[in-house]
Design a protein around this ligand. Structure first.
Ligand code: CIR
Length: 264
């Protein structure tokens, strides 16, 4: 298995009651708190099942979206980067997650210009793709490219389709050369050189999948996309995303994952 999916550790944060007021683009209904708690618990269990040591941070009621720990930071085997989330209501999540990252990583860098959300960052074997979106702007992307270079990582800046929350709302790297992507993102031509598997019609939200070691987490309600991935030989773990989906989230958003260089 490629090192890019060989994770040993993850950080998650319990959802607080305020999660029912989480940000959403479409102005749809609130998720149920118990439903989010159940989806989060099943997700954490799946990470453990996939072999990861999972650190669970306490709920933070002051930040409705703080369960989505992917957005305020980036983590690599060599260190972490504190980001600057593009939604004003999420800016304070960075200071809240920083102590946990300083505890786990010797090197923790900080983005000091512009805005960038972790949901806009796709790691591939060759480079890091940074999607410009309503949450990640050009100043943030350029500053992030400079920080990534300090970790010896090449990066490129790409466009997220209009009206899509994050770049990874619409894609996931599912093996070293294959991306699961929505047709609209595939059409942009951004994945030249990759093999593309398209989400089934009406199942765009299936694209926010997550490869963890030999498992591929996919939203359970996306039956036709799951069938296609099964046929391609992926070891799919279906996970419910009905409630977190109401606040524009999917399966990458609820964890930060990395391969530790010092302990397994
Ligand atoms: C937000 O709008 O920030 C949250 N309601 C959803 C964040 C999803 N995060 C992600 O895709 N990485």
């Amino acid at each position: 298995m490629s090192a890019i999916f060989a994770f040993t550790h993850a950080i998650v944060r319990k959802p607080g009651r305020s999660v029912v007021g989480g940000l959403r683009g479409g102005g749809g209904p609130d998720p149920s708190f118990d439903g989010v708690v159940n989806e989060h618990a099943a997700y954490c269990a799946a990470l453990v099942q996939a072999g990861l040591a999972v650190t669970i941070l306490p709920a933070l009621d002051a930040f409705a979206d703080s369960v989505f720990v992917e957005d305020p930071a980036l983590v690599f085997p060599e260190g972490a980067i504190l980001l600057r989330p593009g939604a004003p209501s999420r800016a304070g999540e960075v200071a809240e997650i920083a102590p946990a990252l300083r505890d786990k990583f010797e090197t923790v860098l900080s983005l000091d210009e512009g805005f960038a959300d972790g949901g806009d960052i796709l790691m591939t074997a060759e480079r890091v793709m940074i999607g410009l979106s309503a949450r990640t702007n050009s100043d943030g992307a350029k500053a992030l490219v400079r920080l990534l270079a300090k970790f010896g990582r090449r990066a490129s800046v790409v466009e997220t389709p209009k009206d899509v929350l994050h770049f990874k709302t619409d894609c996931a790297l599912i093996d070293e050369e294959t991306v699961l992507t929505t047709p609209r993102l595939a059409r942009s031509g951004v994945f030249k050189g990759f093999r593309e598997i398209l989400t089934a019609a009406g199942e765009d939200a299936a694209a926010n999948a997550l490869r963890v070691n030999d498992r591929l987490f996919v939203g359970a309600r996306f039956a036709r996309t799951i069938d296609a991935l099964d046929r391609e030989g992926f070891a799919v773990t279906p996970l419910a995303v009905d409630e977190i989906g109401k606040i524009d989230a999917g399966l990458s958003c609820m964890s930060l994952r990395w391969r530790s260089l010092t302990d397994a």
